[in-house]
Design a protein around this ligand. Structure first.
Ligand SMILES: [Zn+2]
Length: 202
């Protein structure tokens, strides 16, 4: 019995973790370290896991977006507390204050990586958040621009594991980014037609 307890109480092996700036983060399990290395998100050198992206930058963005938007979902207006990328990460959208809004868990989950216009056509939501309106007005151009940025950037500018994973995947041979929606987007066209939206400044 005492052997069993001793085994259960023995400290689990951990791997020290550092971000690209050398900042020490919470240590992780050897299994997690191995999976990060296998996914191309980190390098293991001298027993230390060196992340190739900056997860703390994501938290800073989240705090600033929460401070700006409060705890209200930008899509449906219900209480919300998750960070939603207006241009999805898989399209090259970044975890930046000018690409993120607060969303409820249901909207965030339901939208997944769908572009704002398609999500609105599917749900009938008419968000009034200036950031979403700005993206809607220039969706195709903005998505093209974020894809170009994704091609130019380096992995250590990624602010979350999700972003870094998209970056790594986009560099695999034969990688494709999601195609732009070809479905009719009548609801957004009609709403934004003739409207000139000021550039959104957070
Ligand atoms: Zn919502």
């Amino acid at each position: 019995m005492s052997d069993v307890l001793a085994t259960a109480n023995a400290p689990k092996p951990t791997v020290p973790v550092r971000d690209p700036d050398g900042r020490a983060l919470t240590p992780c399990s050897p299994e997690k370290a191995a999976s990060n290395v296998a996914d191309g998100l980190a390098d293991l050198r001298d027993g230390v896991l060196h992340l190739r992206y900056r997860p703390l930058a994501y938290r800073r963005v989240f705090r600033r977006v929460l401070a700006r938007d409060g705890l209200t979902c930008a899509w449906c207006g219900e209480p919300g507390s998750t960070l939603d990328h207006v241009i999805p990460v898989s399209y090259g959208g970044q975890a930046a204050v000018d690409n993120c809004v607060v969303a409820c868990r249901a909207c965030n989950h339901m939208r997944h990586n769908v572009l704002p216009s398609r999500f609105m056509a599917a749900t009938g939501y008419e968000p009034t958040h200036p950031l979403i309106l700005r993206v809607l007005a220039h969706e195709t151009a903005l998505v093209s621009a974020t894809r170009r940025q994704l091609a130019r950037r380096t992995v250590d500018t990624c602010r979350s594991k999700e972003e870094a994973q998209v970056w790594v995947d986009s560099r695999q041979p034969g990688a494709t980014v999601p195609a732009l929606s070809t479905e009719p987007q009548w609801s957004t066209r009609r709403r934004t037609k003739g409207t000139v939206l000021e550039p959104y400044v957070p």
